[in-house]
Design a protein around this ligand. Structure first.
Ligand code: NAI
Length: 298
């Protein structure tokens, strides 16, 4: 089987000045994609923008023989997100792949978290991914082709102390992914999400030092590239990825328990049945879930 390549395709990678995004951009470029390297260039909390990180990565790609252009716009604003996609159109004439990777942290326990800290995190992760995808969508529809890869997190899928804002945002990206997958289906636009675990400036304080060599960003990017490839028809899915392991994460619904006479006490008395996991359903649309619920009434 030949290697998977992206010759003639154009990828936008947000937050590609550091960490995971940088690694995704380098891999896609190495495999022939022309890459818009977007990064606001700020600190971990998003403050102090700088054009340096995006420019450095774009320069490295070109030095390696690839094609790239740097972009320093803020994906959390409609104008910034539009400008990121416009950079792809103006420089390379199209956009085939969007990797929504830009992210910030403002960790605090719930009682101490301010509205600003909550909103700022949602703005970059959720609003930014929505805005960049929305800007690219008409181009993808027009060419009847597109690949979107969003960046969720185990913190959103499973929860984490001190990250109410971040967890909310990261689960929000699962909803965004699933609905974009449904809306893009007819135009051959596929959307999936990754929930990575990797050693970057975002996580270096969390992991024991011996994991630095195992949890490299380079062990995340091959999944992003596969999901971004024409040959991958999978859509609306979420994958846990880290240290070389890739696993499907799915949202499932247990068989449930029902009665025509639902009372508080009936729920209490049948709680074990409500909590039963098997046999489970994995609806891929709201319609699929609703049909299953309605069938249970017949
Ligand atoms: P990072 O801090 O190295 O990279 C994030 C990049 O996004 C930075 O270069 C930053 O300048 C850029 N950025 C922030 N706000 C931006 C904005 N408004 N517009 C454009 N660029 C902006 O961190 P890392 O670890 O590489 O994170 C990448 C993504 O992966 C993030 O979405 C993060 O939440 C997610 N993630 C990372 C995990 C890990 O283990 N490292 C775990 C789960 C999710």
């Amino acid at each position: 089987m030949p290697d998977l390549r992206f010759d003639g395709q154009v990828a936008v990678v947000t937050g590609a000045g550091h960490g995971l995004g940088r690694s995704h951009a380098l891999l896609l470029a190495e495999r022939g994609a022309k890459v818009v390297v977007n990064d606001l260039g700020g600190a971990l909390d998003g403050t102090g923008p700088s054009s340096g990180p995006a420019a450095d990565v774009a320069e490295l790609i070109v030095k390696n023989g690839g094609e790239a252009v740097a972009n320093g716009d803020n994906v959390a604003t409609p104008e910034g997100a539009q400008a990121v996609v416009q950079t792809a159109i103006d420089t390379f004439g199209r956009v085939d792949i969007v990797v929504n990777n830009a992210g910030i942290l403002r960790d605090k326990s719930l009682g101490k978290m301010t509205v600003e800290e909550f909103d700022a995190v949602l703005a970059v992760h959720v609003r930014g991914s929505f805005l960049v995808t929305r800007a690219a969508f008409p181009h993808m529809k027009e060419q009847a082709y597109g690949r979107v890869v969003n960046t969720s997190s185990p913190a959103g899928l499973f929860g984490n102390f001190g990250q109410v804002n971040y967890s909310t945002a990261k689960m929000g990206l699962v909803g965004l992914t699933k609905s974009v997958a449904i809306e893009g289906a007819r135009a051959n636009i596929r959307a999936n999400a990754i929930a990575p675990i990797a050693w970057t400036r975002m996580t270096e304080a969390l992991f024991p030092a011996e994991f630095q060599e195992k949890l490299t960003p380079e062990r995340i990017s091959p999944l992003v590239a596969y999901l971004a490839h024409e040959s991958c028809e999978t859509t609306g899915e979420v994958f846990s990825v880290g240290g070389g392991r890739v696993a499907r994460v799915f949202v499932a619904e247990g068989p449930g328990w029902r009665t025509d006479d639902l009372t508080i006490e009936a729920i209490r008395d049948n709680w074990d049945a409500v909590m039963t996991e098997e046999p489970h359903l994995q609806p891929t649309t709201l319609g699929g879930q609703a049909t299953a619920s309605m069938q249970a009434m017949l």
